[in-house]
Design a protein around this ligand. Structure first.
Ligand SMILES: *Cc1c(COP(=O)(O)O)cnc(C)c1O
Length: 481
């Protein structure tokens, strides 16, 4: 059979090859052997339909290169794009270390190993090997968490939002939950305290004012309908000036005098004193428990540096009520999460090794001096890849911890600032095009555009060689999105 001849460039839909003809082009047999006939045929149809639309929509019609080689390489690229795994690794150079949209904490090696083991074999998840009887999946982390926090018991759910929801639902459904007006928090992504209360079936009773809440505000609100006093850590904002809040020990005494438990939502929470690393201090769950809190909730993938999870620690009888609630079954975590969480928590048994073993802590404590050196090393490679149209300078900047930590607690950092050389009015579009080109790299690079510049914070750049190696593939001819 002779190869298709004639028009090598098309300017009208009629010139496009048929699906059959594409499937017979040299090299497509390899694609079919790899991916199957029906998948390759479907991708071919889709590609031809895209071209047909492009030819019909544009006037004057663009001319398409229809050489066999070009068609096959476009088809190969389309197939590769379609089968690429959806959760590709990226370079997070946004300046936010625990970036919720980028999956928050990067797991420690020990946690990744444990997760793989649990994923690839049956494990004694809810099975007591000693007695041969059914067990509880919380057992995987309970001993460790009790040891680390001084809690009597522990239960783990999908995330901290779930932990707060379950706590309220199990302890205060159809009852009242007393909370300060200063703590009606909204965390990103539709977690708003009044809505969570409603979802859990509890009636929220606000006490005090936005800036000041006193012990007698709580005391007056407590009655026989009260199921819970809730204290929420206002992690992502500050109220300063004429303010007052009731300390946990005082609040615990007020709640207990009325026979009501106190739950504290810490949000991030840290099992170690972060001040020893020169970081902003975060409240520790063990301190809240020691001050009399009956339940404390916090996240697994914020400052703890582990997998996404909601950790609930506290009194054995209350944790028992949480475990027996039907929501617990709906919000429980998988064996892989528990394996990774247990391995992460185990690192806290050796605080002196924590810095080396926990990527989150390593990134947060990276010194500005080290990051400046890194920025100076990689700046020439980026400048070379960007060419004459852009200038690249290294500069000091400020990173954020992220994930609901205070935006005012900044970490001195450094990175690269990219500016357009001619400062015309198309600067915004050119920077957007540059950001898009960086996102189109094999390992997408994510920075932020601010003040007429593209900023890459290098605090979180750990694989310098991989970053530099792919810069040669930067394609600046791509148009802005
Ligand atoms: C982050 C946060 C939550 C939600 O935790 P997730 O793990 O994201 O579900 C709840 N409360 C506070 C105070 C938080 O900071």
């Amino acid at each position: 059979m002779s190869p298709p001849e004639g028009n090598r460039t098309a300017s009208g839909p009629k010139a496009l090859p048929s699906v059959d003809r594409v499937l017979r082009m040299p090299g497509v047999d390899t694609l079919i052997a790899q991916h199957g006939h029906s998948f390759v045929a479907a991708e071919t149809k889709r590609l031809l339909a895209d071209w047909r639309r492009a030819l019909a929509d544009a006037s004057p019609a663009p001319s398409l290169d229809l050489h066999e080689k070009t068609v096959v390489s476009r088809l190969t690229a389309a197939i590769e794009a379609r089968i690429a795994p959806p959760l590709r690794p990226v370079f997070n150079l946004t300046g936010t270390v625990l970036h919720t949209n980028l999956g928050r904490a990067v797991l420690p090696e020990a946690a990744v190993d444990a997760l793989m083991v649990a994923a690839s074999a049956p494990v004694a998840l809810e099975f007591d090997l000693a007695s041969g009887r059914r067990g509880d999946r919380d057992t995987a982390v309970e001993g460790l968490l009790c040891e680390l926090t001084g809690a009597e018991a522990v239960t783990v759910v999908n995330n901290n939002a779930a932990a707060v929801l379950l706590t309220i639902a199990a302890l205060a459904a159809r009852r009242e939950v007393v909370i300060s007006r200063g703590e009606l928090i909204e965390i990103g992504g539709a977690f708003r305290m009044p809505d969570v209360m409603r979802c859990a079936g509890a009636r929220m009773v606000e006490v005090g004012t936005t800036n000041r809440t006193h012990g007698n505000d709580y005391a007056r609100a407590l009655n026989e309908r009260t199921g819970l006093v809730l204290k929420a850590h206002t992690s992502n904002y500050v109220v300063t000036g004429f303010t007052a809040a009731v300390p946990e020990d005082e609040l615990a005494a007020i709640a207990h005098a009325a026979g009501v438990p106190l739950a504290v939502d810490l949000g991030s929470g840290s099992l170690v004193d972060l001040a020893q690393y020169g970081l902003p201090r975060e409240p520790r769950p063990q301190d809240s428990l020691a001050r009399g809190a009956d339940i404390v909730t916090f996240s697994g993938d914020k400052l703890l540096g582990g997998p996404q999870a909601g950790l609930i620690v506290g009194k054995a009888d209350l944790i028992g009520r949480l475990r027996r609630h039907p929501l617990k079954r709906a919000l429980r975590v998988s064996k892989t999460t528990l394996a990774a969480l247990a391995a992460t928590l185990a690192l806290y048994r050796h605080p002196e090794h924590l810095l080396a073993a926990l990527p989150t802590l390593r990134l947060l404590t990276r010194s500005q001096g080290e990051i400046v050196k890194l920025a100076r090393r990689v700046a020439p490679a980026l400048a070379h890849a960007l060419g004459a149209d852009f200038s690249v300078t290294d500069a000091p900047m400020q990173s954020q911890i992220g994930s609901g930590s205070l935006p005012v607690d900044m970490l001195p950092s450094a990175g690269l600032v990219v500016r357009c050389n001619d400062t015309g009015k198309r600067t915004g579009r050119r920077l957007a095009a540059l950001a898009a080109a960086l996102r189109a790299l094999p390992t997408p690079v994510l920075g932020r555009v601010a003040d007429d510049a593209l900023v890459l914070d290098l605090r979180t750049l750990t694989d310098e060689a991989a970053f530099v190696a792919q810069l040669g593939r930067l394609d600046l001819r791509r148009s802005a999105p």
